[in-house]
Design a protein around this ligand. Structure first.
Ligand code: MG
Ligand code: MG
Length: 249
């Protein structure tokens, strides 16, 4: 069921989103060579709690950590561990925070030290694909408008679009209806309505878009060809003139 949020709910979602944004900002200086993804997870969890919130992903369907941290060919749902980031890696950090019962959800892929031109382009174009998706949002438009915008931008830049994972509604649950795929056709899918809150989250790859789930932990989604992947996500509320980003500045 797709829900339309009240002004009071949107204000709480705005506060949750702000905490997610602040957590990203707080972590940024720690993202460098030598830090383990587990250390980043612990820093992130402590920060979220210091803001009076709880990490949305911890315990979600049994996920063991606060943040999802995915390195290079890992697309999403990486479990923080003892891996030390190295110069030239890219690391996707997906953060969810729950504040007074409402969630915010945002992912960003960061460079570690100096990265290749190819990785730089992947990051830049995945971030741009997210904003293309957000620009396609109009009240009374359709979910398919977002997918078409993301997909056409990605394909124009020769990037793979992961189809197995999609964006989603956000509210009192971190994953709600509707699904928000990164592909589709303009004018199709559920109608967009003012007051709907959704997470738009392109996951793009340098090579093939095919992925599999790591059988060691049943969580981490990895590209089949082991080429790098990036993930950029914002939670937004649909407004009279497009959308307001809840997980940004
Ligand atoms: Mg997320
Ligand atoms: Mg999400």
């Amino acid at each position: 069921m797709i829900t339309i949020k009240s002004e009071r709910e949107i204000e709480l979602l705005r506060q949750a989103g702000k905490i997610v944004y602040e957590t990203h900002k707080y972590l940024r200086p720690y993202i460098k060579e030598g830090v383990t993804t587990k250390e980043l997870d612990q820093l992130g969890e402590a920060f979220i709690k210091s803001q009076g919130a709880t990490p949305s992903f911890k315990g979600y369907e049994g996920f063991p950590c606060a943040l999802c941290i995915s390195v290079n060919e890992e697309v999403v749902h990486g479990i923080p561990n003892d891996y030390r980031l190295k110069n030239g890696d890219i690391v996707s950090i997906d953060i969810g925070a729950c504040y007074k019962g409402y969630h915010g959800d945002s992912a960003w892929t960061y460079p570690v030290g100096k990265i290749s031109k190819e990785y730089q382009d992947l990051l830049e174009n995945t971030e741009k694909a997210l904003y293309e998706g957000l620009k396609a949002i109009h009240k009374d438009g359709h979910i398919g408008d977002i997918g078409e915008a993301v997909e056409s931008y990605a394909l124009k830049h020769h990037l793979g679009v992961v189809k197995e994972l999609v964006g989603h509604g956000v509210g009192t649950s971190v994953h709600e209806d509707p699904d928000v795929p990164n592909y589709g056709k303009r004018g199709t899918g559920p109608r967009l309505r003012k007051g709907m809150v959704i997470a738009v989250e392109p996951m793009l790859t340098l090579g093939s878009p095919a992925v599999y789930v790591d059988s060691d932990n049943d969580w981490t989604v990895i590209t089949e060809d082991n080429q790098a992947s990036a993930h950029f996500e914002h939670t937004v509320v649909i407004t009279d003139d497009g959308c307001e980003i809840l997980t940004g500045e």
